[in-house]
Design a protein around this ligand. Structure first.
Ligand SMILES: Nc1nc2c(ncn2[C@@H]2O[C@H](COP(=O)(O)OP(=O)(O)OP(=O)(O)O)[C@@H](O)[C@H]2O)c(=O)[nH]1
Ligand SMILES: [Mg+2]
Length: 306
């Protein structure tokens, strides 16, 4: 538990559950990583990168922040989409404060209107973050966007920020502190995430698939780490991972000519996973086809989306 002791001698301990919401690709996971100070959620330039809620933890002084990064709310495309959107709806009810992330420019979208409606129903305190200010070309766009969004909801705070450069991320944290409630810490003070190591490795592999392959293929992939065993000498961990895809033609592209693409993906994933987990690993990736898995409840569950 925390060591901060206020002047009256009674140990103080606070927690703050923060939900991070928004449509796909606005930078929710990037923002959570910037808040936590470590990359705990994968990020890619493709929408629908995050598939399930990911917890990031930051303990500062007496306060423990528990961030829930959620999938981008989007139109239904498959049973997997239903699962992802359900993760968003469920999370709304579980938090002390919501951060609605949108881009600093552009019009308000349907998904954002839907989110505002659910916040309204719960009288949820919401901080609006206008992300990607580093990419803003016209300052007027930001002013118009703030005016439009503010006419739709009474936000607790409105913060233009950049998850990429870190601009205003400390300010956001400071404002979030206002919503902390007295109570115990739910995670060890040095924790950064609650994801098991196997899930972290699988997610990092999925990030490399998203980053290296063209539009459609990575959206139909799922990664499962089948085994993770430390060798007796304790120096190397052997990991077997399976990449599931939807078609034989996709399998060919994931493997690449002479296995080059799979090798590239596995090497990039190994480097990131070794850095994050602080271990040396021997990572072997296999590719298997599971037709149309995104539309089968049982298979979605088998891929770890429960
Ligand atoms: N220029 C700029 N790009 C950003 C910023 N934040 C995120 N990005 C980029 O935006 C893209 C999407 O970022 P993510 O963090 O994966 O977005 P997300 O909202 O979690 O996306 P989903 O999980 O698909 O809903 C990536 O290419 C990021 O590098 C920012 O502050 N500035
Ligand atoms: Mg994300």
């Amino acid at each position: 538990m925390n060591e901060a002791t206020p002047q009256n001698g009674i140990p103080e301990s606070k927690s703050c559950f923060v939900g991070i919401f928004g449509r796909p690709n606005v930078g929710k996971s990037s923002l959570m990583n910037a808040l936590v100070g470590e990359k705990v959620a994968i990020v890619s330039e493709k929408p629908q990168t995050t598939r399930t809620k990911i917890t990031g933890v930051l303990t500062r002084g007496a306060t423990q922040f528990v961030f829930l990064d959620t999938p981008g709310l989007h139109r239904r495309k498959s049973k997997l989409s239903d699962y992802m959107n359900q993760q968003v709806t469920e999370s709304v009810a579980d938090v002390d404060v919501a951060v609605l992330v949108t881009e600093a420019m552009g019009e308000i979208r349907e998904a954002e209107k839907t989110l505002l409606e659910s916040f309204e129903k719960l009288h949820m305190p919401v901080i609006l973050v206008l992300n990607k200010v580093d990419a803003l070309e016209k300052k007027d766009d930001l002013i118009v966007k703030i005016a439009d969004m503010s006419s739709r909801y009474e936000f607790g705070h409105v913060i233009p920020a950049s998850a990429k450069t870190g601009e205003n991320v400390p300010l956001l944290l400071e404002k979030l502190e206002e919503y902390a409630c007295e109570g115990p810490h739910f995670f060890p003070d040095d924790a950064m995430t609650d994801q098991p190591e196997r899930v972290i490795v699988a997610e990092i592999i999925r990030e490399k698939l998203l980053r290296n392959l063209s539009q459609e293929i990575p959206h139909g992939t799922a990664v499962v780490v089948d085994s993770m065993k430390e060798r007796e000498n304790g120096e190397i961990t052997d990991i077997q991972a399976v990449i599931y895809c939807e078609r034989a033609s996709h399998k060919g592209m994931i493997i690449g000519k002479g296995g080059a693409m799979l090798k590239k993906i596995a090497t990039q994933a190994r480097q990131d996973a070794e850095d994050f987990l602080g271990i040396h690993m021997n990572l072997q990736c296999w590719v298997k086809v599971k037709d149309d898995w995104r539309n089968h409840d049982v298979q979605i569950k088998n891929m770890g989306y429960r």
